[in-house]
Design a protein around this ligand. Structure first.
Ligand SMILES: Cc1cc2nc3c(=O)[nH]c(=O)nc-3n(C[C@H](O)[C@H](O)[C@H](O)COP(=O)(O)OP(=O)(O)OC[C@H]3O[C@@H](n4cnc5c(N)ncnc54)[C@H](O)[C@@H]3O)c2cc1C
Length: 385
């Protein structure tokens, strides 16, 4: 087997890359550790796609149900600061689209199913064995000779370990809780986010096929606040605070999922023929729903560089191709990671002066069109390096 790109990790980003390369007649295979999970899973977890990620999916023909968000209303639960974002301010139809994680994963998987080896991992890697190809040995001992190895295997990337790339990590000491709920919030095209001492609470509409009262909630809480109680009892004790702030009733109607929150990034995404992409290269706090959007922007840059190299050149400088991708993406990803950390720390603080500054800051930004547009353009994927 001699694919141009061997992809470790058949998650959303790995499968999107395989599908996009395939459309450009560039051979790839996907190596996925888990089983092919064909049984239906409960749809709980959602992701918000920005218009740029949605455009990339449209271009490769991925169609799944989504909810459209035109407005985002962010406010400080403990103070008076607030900020509203609207798609009209950047001349777009929508700010973002909410989709079920499982729907997106399944739609992509279906398209690259025949190119995927399930329940398999990469065991060994040797650089430049034969004609510029590297030798990849799978856990079932089968060899693959490939030009590039792309690590799309998430935050504990096996490929990063094989390449001896060391991540810089930081633990938020927070837990993200997510579930679906019914609510009588009237604006079905609006997402609300409340920063408070009880956590960062976001409530958004669910994809279009469900009724208008259905919502998804993503709530990050300091582990110290949860203490020794279980997550269900923390939610029961604290959800009424957010109901009051939103002037709405919220009824939980799914199981509750929880995730420990940390971030990581790498000083280098590339070494030799190996490259890290998506959550394998960086992970961030989910407060602005940007993790997968950074992954899609990475995937777009990577596919563009590979496709340009194969369409225009006879002798390909492998390292230059990968370095171009790294230069295009690394600083932008780090900027987003640091911005998320800034907001997490700003709203963690109980210091009175910091509280005053953040109230003034949120309301001040709300009145300054230039800064607001800057934020929205970044979140929507319009501003790219
Ligand atoms: C609570 C929560 C809410 C979020 N909300 C949003 C949101 O609204 N918007 C947004 O943009 N992002 C959001 N994110 C982030 C988003 O989910 C991730 O950025 C995204 O899933 C990363 O995709 P990926 O394909 O890069 O990695 P992953 O989803 O981690 O996929 C990695 C794949 O690699 C496989 N794998 C792992 N190890 C190996 C191995 N050794 N060999 C082979 N295969 C392997 C895994 O099985 C998996 O299939 C959220 C995250 C959390 C925790």
């Amino acid at each position: 087997m001699n694919p141009v790109v061997t992809i470790s990790g058949g998650g959303i980003i790995g499968n999107y890359i395989s599908l996009r390369l395939n459309r450009n007649s560039i051979e790839s295979v996907v190596i996925e550790k888990s089983k092919d999970k064909t049984s239906a899973k409960e749809n709980i977890r959602t992701v918000t796609l920005n218009p740029f990620s949605k455009k990339l999916l449209d271009e490769v023909g991925i169609k799944i149900p989504y909810a459209e968000i035109k407005k985002i209303n962010v406010f400080d639960g403990e103070g008076t600061g607030s900020i509203d974002f609207s798609s009209d301010e950047i001349n777009e139809d929508h700010l973002s689209y909410v989709v079920y994680f499982n729907d997106l994963e399944a739609a992509l998987k279906e398209n690259v199913f025949k190119k995927t080896f399930f329940e398999t991992e990469i065991k060994n890697f040797k650089e430049n064995i034969n004609n510029g190809k590297c030798e990849i040995t799978l856990s079932n001992e089968k060899p693959i000779f490939s030009t590039f190895l792309a690590g799309c295997d998430g935050r504990n990337s096996n490929v990063a370990k094989l390449a001896s790339l060391k991540p810089v990590t930081s633990d938020y000491e927070q837990t993200a809780i997510t579930f679906t709920a019914s609510s009588n919030l009237i604006n079905s095209d609006t997402a609300y986010q409340i920063f408070s001492e009880r956590g960062i609470f976001a409530i958004m509409p669910l994809p279009a096929s469900t009724d208008k009262s259905s919502h998804t909630i993503v709530w990050s809480v300091d582990n110290l606040k949860i203490g020794t109680q279980n997550i269900e009892s923390y939610i029961k004790e604290n959800i009424s605070y957010f109901e009051k702030k939103l002037k709405a009733d919220i009824t939980i109607n799914s199981n509750i999922l929880s995730f420990s929150l940390s971030n990581h990034h790498f000083e280098n995404y590339v070494t030799g023929s190996i490259v890290l992409i998506g959550d394998a290269a960086h992970s961030i706090h989910p407060l602005a729903g940007q993790g997968i959007n950074l992954g899609f922007a990475d995937a777009d840059a990577f596919c563009e560089e590979i496709t340009n190299a194969y369409q225009n050149k006879i002798n390909i400088d492998k390292h230059l191709v990968l370095k171009r991708y790294e230069v295009r993406r690394k600083n932008m990803n780090l900027l987003m990671l640091k911005s998320m950390d800034f907001f997490v720390n700003l709203f963690k603080s109980n210091n009175l002066y910091i509280k005053l500054i953040r109230n003034f800051g949120l309301s001040g930004i709300n009145k300054t069109q230039f800064i607001k547009r800057f934020f929205i353009n970044h979140a929507s994927g319009k501003n790219k390096i």
